[in-house]
Write a protein that binds this ligand. Structure first.
Ligand code: ZN
Ligand code: ZN
Length: 361
């Protein structure tokens, strides 16, 4: 990440600190640490005050922090004490009074330990989604990274798809996909690839198992790659051989729900309205659609906004959100189709070009 971009994000945090009357924010969520500082490692905390920005780490990460987060002052932890002790000490040293912490990330135990270290001086204030709110809108560079990783995953799917045939196990297909992600330049999968054949397809988050694919199986394949810190997430439903009329009908119904709800993914439309539209289209089968319609995606696979009845966030240009309606019938199977969609002033733009052809083998 460019230093100017990091500085811009930090200054956006500062504005929020002023609004919330906070002296500082202690950042402990890895995605937020990365988003603000550029540090890509798994363990590092930030302390952002009105005047300064510190990055706290242990010796494993010092070099990497200096390299990746040049705008931040490195505060080194000594081997004997943990990062949390270092954080508590730092808050005390800087003479901070009201310090925001990330209540959705800091565990109860960590909070208890942090609070115990400085009973009187520092007031810990719970903040939720402060940095996540900034992450809602992707910069053009972030969109480019998302487009790239979605493109890698789509090409990998197209390549593996053509080899899917009876006799392969679900886990073979998952392995081939994940291997191909790496061959095409990704750092790895974004999550455990789901390959759910036949009756397994009725479990929206079933894993890839030893089940062997047979002629006539409908197979839900939900896959994502990770590259440059950014995630992709796509689902296709394929049929080994010729789809039955019922399989074809259900796939069409889901596709229609996706098409009509996606058309609403425009600036100003609220997240819940998009979700509602998909359920309207699925009408009689909506009770077989038990999850939200979609989620924001970026440094995390699932992030705000959520296309669901409980999220009234108005969509804005620059958001990247999945659209993934499904129908699940216990004992029969499932259908899910998922695209990553960039919201633009000109309308929804699909970032996931993986083949839509249903028939394989
Ligand atoms: Zn997915
Ligand atoms: Zn998803």
């Amino acid at each position: 990440m460019r230093a100017e971009e990091s500085a811009r994000r930090v200054s956006a945090v500062r504005s929020r600190l002023t609004e919330l009357d906070l002296d500082a924010l202690a950042v402990t969520a890895p995605e937020n640490t990365r988003y603000l500082s550029g540090f890509t490692g798994t363990l590092g905390y930030l302390v952002i005050t009105g005047e300064r920005e510190d990055i706290l780490g242990d010796s494993r990460y010092w070099l990497q922090m200096e390299e990746e987060a040049p705008g931040f002052t490195l505060v080194q932890s000594v081997a004997s004490s943990g990062l949390l002790v270092l954080l508590a000490d730092r808050l005390k040293e800087l003479g901070l009074r009201r310090v925001g912490f990330e209540s959705q990330h800091l565990t109860v135990d960590q909070h208890r330990r942090l609070a115990a270290t400085h009973p009187a001086e520092v007031e810990l204030v719970a903040t939720a989604g402060l940095v996540e709110e900034l992450r809602l809108l992707k910069t053009p560079h972030e969109v480019e990274l998302l487009r790239q990783v979605a493109g890698i995953a789509s090409r990998a799917f197209d390549r593996v798809r053509s080899g899917v045939r009876p006799g392969l196990r679900e886990r073979d297909v998952a392995f081939l996909l994940e291997q191909t992600f790496r061959e095409l330049g990704a750092d790895g999968p974004a999550f455990d690839t789901i390959v759910a054949a036949g009756e397994h397809g009725a479990l929206p988050h079933g894993r890839a198992s030893d089940r062997v694919l047979a002629h006539g199986d409908m197979v839900v394949v939900d896959f994502g790659a990770l590259a440059g810190g950014y995630n992709s997430d796509t689902t296709r439903t394929i049929v080994v051989g010729e789809p039955t009329p019922e399989q074809a009908r259900v796939i069409d119904a889901v596709r229609q729900a996706q098409k009509e709800s996606m058309a609403l993914m425009r600036p100003g439309v609220t997240a819940d309205a998009v979700d509602r539209r998909a359920r309207e289209v699925l009408a009689g089968e909506a009770n077989a659609f038990g999850h939200g319609l979609g989620h924001g995606i970026g440094l995390a696979v699932h992030e705000r906004p959520f296309l669901s009845a409980s999220d009234q966030t108005p969509l804005q240009a620059g958001m990247v959100i999945t659209n993934e309606p499904g129908i699940y019938r216990p004992g029969w199977g499932g259908v899910r189709l998922e695209e990553m969609v960039l919201v633009t002033e000109a309308g929804p733009q699909v970032l996931t070009p993986a083949s839509h052809e249903v028939r394989v083998g």
